[in-house]
Design a protein around this ligand. Structure first.
Ligand SMILES: CC(C)(COP(=O)(O)OP(=O)(O)OC[C@H]1O[C@@H](n2cnc3c(N)ncnc32)[C@H](O)[C@@H]1OP(=O)(O)O)[C@@H](O)C(=O)NCCC(=O)NCCS
Length: 152
C-alpha cells in the first residue's frame, strides 16, 4: 500500500530526526553542526523533509545557486525504503528546484551505489564525469550526474 506522505522545509527542530536517517544511510554521516550550519548560515541551502504520521522518514538537501541545483544528500529511513518514497521525494525536490528557477540539477553518487544510480537514471539524470577518490572514507570515485529540468 502506498503511504501518504507530506513534505515541508526542514527546521532546526528536525535535526535530531534527520541525524537518525543520516547515520543509518551514510558511512561518513554529517554532524549535527553541519546540518545546523546549512540551515542557519547557508543562504543557498534548502532542505526538505518527508513526513508520514508526523514522523520524518526521509530528507533531501540541495544548494540552489543561480540556475543550478546541487543535491547534497538524499535518504530514506531504512525501514521505509522500497516503497517509492525516494522517488516521491526526488520528484518533489526537482519540482521545487524548477519552480525556484533552476534549469539543471546535479549530484555526486558513489560508483558502488547502484540503487541510487538507478533512482537517478529513472529521473532523467545522466553521468557527466567522474571525480576520482571523492569519498574520503574509502577513496571511492564519484559519478557526477546531471539532469536538465526543462526536459522533465
Ligand atoms: C536511494 C534511496 C533514497 C532510494 O529510496 P527508496 O525509497 O528506497 O527508493 P524507491 O522505493 O522510491 O525506488 C525508486 C527507484 O530507486 C531504485 N531502487 C530502489 N530500491 C532499489 C533496489 N533495492 N535495487 C535496485 N534499485 C532500487 C529503482 O530505480 C527504483 O525505481 P523502481 O521501483 O521503479 O525500480 C534509499 O535507498 C536510501 O536512502 N539509500 C541510502 C542513502 C543513499 O545512498 N542516498 C543516495 C546518495 S547519492
Amino acid at each position: 500500500m502506498e503511504a501518504t506522505v507530506t513534505f515541508r522545509l526542514m527546521t532546526i527542530e528536525d535535526i535530531e530526526d534527520v541525524l537518525i536517517i543520516e547515520q543509518s544511510s551514510f558511512p561518513t554521516p554529517w554532524s549535527r553542526e553541519a546540518f545546523y550550519n546549512e540551515l542557519i548560515n547557508n543562504q543557498f541551502a534548502r532542505y526538505t523533509v518527508m513526513v508520514e504520521n508526523e514522523n520524518i522518514i526521509g530528507y533531501c538537501g540541495m544548494w540552489l545557486v543561480m540556475d543550478e541545483a546541487h543535491i547534497t544528500n538524499i535518504a530514506v529511513l531504512p525501514e521505509f525504503r522500497g516503497r517509492r518514497l525516494g522517488d516521491a521525494l526526488l520528484e518533489k525536490v526537482k519540482h521545487d528546484a524548477k519552480m525556484l528557477g533552476a534549469m539543471k540539477m546535479t549530484l555526486e553518487v558513489r560508483v558502488s551505489n547502484e540503487i541510487a544510480q538507478s533512482l537517478y537514471f529513472k529521473h532523467g539524470f545522466k553521468p557527466g564525469g567522474i571525480r576520482k577518490n571523492y569519498y574520503t572514507d574509502n577513496q571511492e570515485d564519484a559519478i557526477v550526474m546531471w539532469v536538465n529540468l526543462n526536459e522533465q
